[in-house]
Design a protein around this ligand. Structure first.
Ligand SMILES: [Ca+2]
Length: 173
């Protein structure tokens, strides 16, 4: 059975930020995608995609990676081929975490952090982090599969006070 509403197909999430001042410790932000199956849609993620972890089937990829925000334009980019995900995956979250190497770093400490979310050429959301300036990590996008199998997008930024590893495990709850 086909659906007239095809839903989201290929989504790109771009993360930009400006480097820390010259001579100071680099600011390293990470894009993280977490997938959830119908058995545990808000439990532990089925798998994570980030700089050190790939998706088993290649449907979600980190195509750009930065440790310091010094790149021109986009620093990190996640590509989510939602229309290729197996049917048992019903929810995908994208978050941004700040590496906590030297004391506590929050979004308020980072110069011009921003996220842009697009489905093909259509912008779904532009995120700044002004409302979560005290957070060390944040959920920035939620994609959910509906009963027809089509993927939809839920906007909203939710701050967390957790290191990247902990954040990745709790961002779906
Ligand atoms: Ca990074």
């Amino acid at each position: 059975m086909s659906s007239l509403n095809k839903g989201l197909e290929r989504v790109e999430v771009d993360l930009m930020w400006d480097p820390s001042p010259a001579g100071s410790v680099p600011h390293d932000l990470d894009l993280i995608a977490a997938t959830y199956t119908e058995d545990a849609p808000s439990g532990a993620p089925a798998y994570l995609v980030h700089f050190d972890s790939r998706s088993p089937d290649g449907t979600i990829t980190l195509s750009r990676d930065s440790r310091d925000g010094k790149g021109l334009g986009v620093d990190e980019r996640l590509i989510l081929e939602l229309d290729r995900l197996r049917h048992r995956y019903v929810r995908v979250l994208v978050g941004v975490a700040i590496q906590q190497h030297n004391g506590r770093l929050t979004f308020g400490d980072i110069a011009r952090p921003a996220v842009r979310i697009r489905n093909r050429h259509d912008e779904l959301a532009a995120v700044d982090f002004t409302n979560v300036g005290e957070a060390t990590a944040a959920r920035v996008a939620e994609f959910v599969r509906d009963d027809s199998g089509a993927w939809g997008f839920h906007a909203g930024v939710h701050g967390f006070d957790a290191d990247p590893t902990t954040f990745a495990t709790i961002m779906g709850s």
